[in-house]
Ligand binder design. Sequence first.
Ligand code: ZN
Length: 66
Amino acid sequence: MKKPDNQMDTKVTCACGNTFTVRSNKKELHLEVCNKCHPAFTGEKIVTVKKGNVEKFNRKYGLGEK
Ligand SMILES: [Zn+2]
């Protein structure tokens, strides 16, 4: 395996505001999700979506708050 020799410190900026540095051949990177805000890591967004679905279900069948 040939080792890439054009790697540099890449500043990665996420849409959530988190920044960190990785080694890559790009000077800068922009992400929409990172390990700080990705649902698979935080579980936060998954919970939100599930909660929203329950509320929609409750509303549809008149089970939620009026
Ligand atoms: Zn993020």
